[in-house]
Design a binder for this molecule. Structure first.
Ligand code: ADP
Ligand code: MG
Length: 242
């Protein structure tokens, strides 16, 4: 596995002749095996930051490192990351097994290796009895687990989650939250989880980054952030006692 480092990371979007800076120099070190949550209001730059780690968005300045490797110029497939989105599009005509195996087939892994990885992920996610089903024969929660299975089988160094729970109802959200925690306990993969929900951040995070307007306001444990907010923004966003 690997640590994840941000060194003065900047992002500017080009809009016609204007350039719009949305990430203003983020510095952070996420430890090997750590579960870190980025929390902040809508539009503060959370997805942009994650998409730069994934290689879906170019970095305008600074460096992102996964372990010792600067990944700025690497293709997404070379970065050893897996991303779980809120809209987990499964292939409707493929079985659960084939949905999970698809990326590995593309990567031309041996059939026995593909089988053992998919079966292991299915065991961890309790999907073993469902491997022959099609997505339409699954509940929302089961589909979400297949989406996570697709990420697990790739055995990435880093997991990226972009608000994967926000389309779920409250009950399923709580259940999936527990499953993500269990997954992290079991696999210990370095994880970066984005949400705009303070409660979700406080429950899931080992440490959390509070973002506002493209800047990092605080990076600490939920207890630290709550008890000793670094800025008035953090205090009001987290709802710390005055
Ligand atoms: P969040 O995920 O925290 O809601 P985003 O990272 O999606 O925030 O967006 C951060 C800022 O960047 C917003 O002001 C958004 O409008 C802007 N933005 C995002 N994507 C683009 C893009 N492709 N072109 C121009 N501006 C963008
Ligand atoms: Mg977003």
């Amino acid at each position: 596995m690997a640590s994840l480092s941000f060194k003065h990371v900047i992002k500017q979007y080009q809009q016609g002749r204007q350039s719009l800076q949305v990430i203003h120099g983020i510095d952070a070190e996420i430890g090997d095996g750590e579960f870190v949550v980025i929390v902040g209001p809508s539009g503060c730059g959370k997805s942009t930051l994650l998409r730069m780690v994934a290689g879906l968005e170019e970095i305008s300045g600074g460096e992102i490192l996964i372990g010792p490797r600067v990944v700025n110029r690497l293709e997404p497939a070379q970065r050893d990351i897996a991303m779980v989105f809120q809209n987990y599009a499964l292939y409707p005509h493929m079985s659960v097994f084939d949905n999970m195996a698809y990326g590995l087939k593309i990567a031309k892994l041996a059939r026995t290796e593909i089988e053992s990885r998919v079966l292991r992920a299915a065991r961890i996610l309790e999907l073993e009895p469902l491997l022959d089903r099609k997505p339409r024969q699954l509940s929302g929660g089961q589909r979400q687990r297949v989406a996570m299975g697709r990420a697990i089988v790739r055995q990435p160094q880093v997991f990226l989650f972009d608000e994967p729970l926000s389309n779920l109802d409250a009950k399923l959200r709580a259940q999936t939250r527990l499953e993500i925690q269990q997954l992290h306990r079991e696999l210990g993969v370095t994880s970066l989880f984005v949400t705009h929900d303070q409660v979700e951040a406080m429950t899931l995070a080992q440490r959390m980054i509070v973002m506002n307007k493209g800047r990092m306001e605080q990076f600490g444990t939920p207890e630290e952030v709550y008890a000793r907010p670094a800025t008035t923004f953090v205090a009001s966003f987290i709802g710390s006692p005055p």
